[in-house]
Design a protein. Structure first.
Length: 450
């Protein structure tokens, strides 16, 4: 059997959540290096997650298309690798697959109709032209072997093969976080703000020799996009203070058996319980507009999926805790711990960011009694939680001649920014008052839990 060499492109896969591009964070390979199928080639950032991209073939890297901190569009080639195939154009043990089975999250060079403007990749002397890379429809045992190797539940993998067969590429796309259900094209999608919502600034001038110019990359660059989009939301901010004395005492009691328990899960659960009475707070606005250019509908979300602001060495990220309405405080706390660990390990996936319905940002462990938070589209509200401060609180006491006394209290300030197109001040005030009642009376919160 005579073997030929062929160049194959490994493209940036669709990572989900409407991602159109990603920033290269780190390369794990170099040109001339031999790599194996499933070996990680690089790590990339989007405005939602960090993901490692695996190789789809065994071969030798011929070229790397992007440098660190450069942006690669979805569908464009990250690298080109040289692979071997037999004299009839097939890789070993690989059969020609139907056209519909060739569409995968990680594509080879010839699938590159999405790779518009790219120059054709040349053959090595053993070949005539760049041919389409075949994608084999793996038999069930082979697919299960790959899934077992990577601890993947096949029922959660989106199949692109004929008759619903799971392909090798489907497994790779799942590992990269890219085969999760996409958000609806209209509701819940993030569209760029109108030109009228942005102010064009003159180029920066007056940079002195001793000044240092730093480029925004990765999560920080993505945050500029998210915050710019948020400027288009007409919002108001509701503020209040909560007596968390009883809750802090309960937490100290529970910490004897649950050492990593924080205050945050209690606030999250209290907000979720209050949302069952005021469900409009747990909404997405539809960015579609009517003939006059105004939004005309919103969606009441069934699940309470709260984005939690987490500080990391790469910047602020906001994965979410799912289905809070069905979870206990300890389960919520465990989910937060897991998210923090995966942020530190750069192991978040697109699923960790999908379908967030409300956001909470807490600076209690850093400092600051309060701040005005910025709403994340398409959500309609976000809550900020400040640090607890010990305060002398006025309390009525008929037993005393003066009729009152001052007691020590642990007070926490909250701020809720709300989209005024969907929410009004009275609704937010009632929602916050119900949440406050639950936090100040934690036994009542426990009784209210389903």
């Amino acid at each position: 059997m005579r073997w030929f060499a062929k160049l194959v492109r490994i493209n940036l896969p669709d990572l989900g959540e409407g991602t159109k591009e990603a920033t290269i964070k780190e390369w794990f390979v170099k040109e001339g290096q031999r790599i194996s199928e499933y070996e990680d080639i690089c790590e990339v950032f989007t405005d939602k997650l960090v993901a490692k991209i695996p190789s789809t073939h065994d071969g030798v890297i011929k070229s790397i298309k992007y440098q660190n901190d450069e942006i690669c569009p979805v569908g464009k080639a990250l690298i080109e690798i040289e692979v071997e195939e037999d004299g009839v154009g097939n890789a070993p043990a690989q059969a020609a697959a139907p056209a519909q089975e060739k569409k995968a999250a990680v594509e080879s060079s010839s699938s590159s109709s999405s790779d518009e403007g790219a120059k054709p990749v040349g053959r090595t002397p053993l070949s005539k032209a760049v041919e389409e890379s075949n994608h084999k429809a793996l038999a069930t045992p082979a697919v299960r072997s790959i899934a077992k190797r990577h601890s993947v539940d096949l029922s959660k993998v989106k199949a692109t093969g004929k008759d619903g067969r799971v392909m090798k590429e489907d497994i790779l796309a799942y590992l990269a976080g890219g085969d999760k259900p996409k958000a609806c094209a209209t509701v819940g999608s993030t569209s760029p703000p109108s030109s009228s919502g942005q102010v064009k600034m003159a180029p920066l001038t007056g940079v002195k020799p001793d000044d240092v110019v730093k480029k925004l990359t990765g999560i920080k660059k993505a945050m500029t996009k998210t915050m710019t989009e948020s400027r288009s939301i007409p919002f108001f901010t509701f503020q209040d203070e909560i007596d968390a004395t009883n809750l802090m005492q309960l937490r100290q009691l529970l910490k004897k058996s649950h050492k990593n328990l924080t205050m945050l899960p209690f606030f999250i659960k209290a907000a979720s319980i209050a949302m069952t009475e005021y469900p409009v707070v747990n909404s997405h606005f539809n960015p579609a507009t009517d003939e006059e250019g105004y939004i005309f509908e919103y969606v009441l979300k069934k699940d309470h999926n709260f984005s939690i602001a987490i500080d990391s060495k790469d910047g602020l990220t906001v994965p979410n805790v799912k289905r809070i309405q069905d979870k206990s405080i300890l389960q919520i706390n465990a989910d937060i711990v897991s998210l923090r660990e995966r942020v530190d390990q750069a192991k978040l996936t697109a699923a960790d960011f999908e379908d967030a319905t409300f956001s909470i940002s807490s600076v209690g462990n850093i400092g600051g009694t309060g701040f005005v938070p910025t709403i994340l589209r398409p959500q309609v509200a976000i809550m900020a939680i400040g640090k607890a401060t010990k305060t002398a609180k006025y309390q009525e006491d008929p037993a005393l001649p003066e009729g009152y006394r001052f007691v020590a209290a642990e007070m926490i300030n909250i701020s809720i920014s709300a989209d005024h197109r969907i929410l009004d001040g009275a609704t937010v005030a009632r929602f916050a008052s119900r949440m406050k009642e639950l936090i100040e009376n934690p036994n009542l919160m426990l009784i209210s839990m389903s």
